[in-house]
Each structure stands twice: as C-alpha cells, then as structure tokens.
Write a protein that binds this ligand. Structure first.
Ligand code: HEC
Ligand code: HEC
Length: 91
C-alpha cells in the first residue's frame, strides 16, 4: 500500500515537470567525441547552439561521479571545459 501511495505521489509531482533530457549513445564509458559518435557536432565549438543546457548531464546512465562537475560547467556555460571529459571534438 505504502509503495502505491509513494508511486502515485511521484506521478503527481512529476506532472508539471517538462522532461526532455537528451539521451546519449555512449556504448562504453569512453566519453570522447569522434566523427563517428558526433557526426553533426564534430569540429564545432559552440556546444550550446545545439545542446540545451537544462537538458544535458541530467541522467546518470553511465553511473559515473563526473556529473557534479559537468553540471557546474554546463550551468555557467563554460564550453572551454567540455574537453576535460569529451575530448577536443576535432578542434
Ligand atoms: C551543430 C550542432 C551541434 C554542436 C555545435 C555540438 N553538438 Fe554535440 N551533438 C549534436 C547532436 C545532433 C548529437 C546527438 C546525435 C549524434 O549522435 O550526433 C550530439 C551528441 C553529443 C554528445 C553525446 C555523444 C554520444 O555518443 O552519445 C556529446 C557528449 C556532445 N554532443 C557534446 C558536445 C560538445 C562538448 C560540443 C561543443 C564542443 C558539442 N556537442 C557541439 C549536435 C551538436
Ligand atoms: C567532468 C566531466 C564532464 C565535463 C567537463 C562535461 N561533460 Fe558532458 N557528459 C559527461 C558524462 C559523464 C556524460 C554521460 C552522462 C550519462 O549518461 O551517464 C556526459 C554527457 C553529455 C552529453 C550527452 C547528453 C547527456 O545528457 O548525457 C552532452 C550533450 C554533453 N555531455 C555535453 C557537454 C558539454 C557541452 C560540456 C561543456 C560545457 C560537457 N559536456 C562537459 C561528463 C562531462
């Protein structure tokens, strides 16, 4: 019973939250961007032309402890730090 109540509250609480997080396609824990895994964004440096800040680094599908740092840089929009984890993106 308890679990059902919790479930329903979570459902209700979630209602007005717009969840459109980006999904990543990393098939390993290698976060390095290449021409293959980043065909549209490769060699482009203005990451936030295409990536919506509030939609990225939200879901920890890889189970890493890197997301706190990543969210910090994302929040302040510091694209000079993306390469710390994602490589130079061909730049
Ligand atoms: C011109 C648009 C564009 C720009 C600019 C861009 N990206 Fe992307 N990026 C995409 C698209 C579209 C995808 C998802 C589809 C795909 O796999 O290419 C993506 C996917 C990604 C992914 C997930 C890759 C994976 O394998 O799951 C990462 C990480 C990423 N981008 C980081 C960056 C960083 C860092 C920059 C800036 C240095 C950047 N992007 C600039 C369009 C862009
Ligand atoms: C401290 C490491 C770190 C830094 C710095 C970092 N990222 Fe990421 N990023 C990650 C990790 C880890 C993931 C994979 C998250 C998951 O799914 O587990 C990721 C995933 C992504 C994705 C795929 C969508 C998603 O939400 O998973 C995009 C796009 C992306 N990063 C863009 C950027 C951009 C743009 C910057 C620079 C502002 C940046 N990252 C800086 C660690 C980092």
């Amino acid at each position: 019973m308890k679990i059902i109540i919790i479930f329903i509250s979570v459902l209700i609480l979630s209602c007005d939250v717009d969840r459109q997080f980006e999904k990543n396609n990393f098939d390993t824990t290698n976060l390095n961007l290449t021409q293959q895994n980043h065909p549209y964004g490769y060699a482009k440096k203005e990451c936030f032309y295409c990536h919506v800040r509030s939609n990225i680094h939200q879901q920890n599908t890889l189970g890493t402890d890197l997301l706190d740092a990543a969210r910090g840089y994302t929040m302040i929009g510091d694209v000079t730090r993306c390469k710390d984890c994602h490589g130079d993106n061909g730049l």
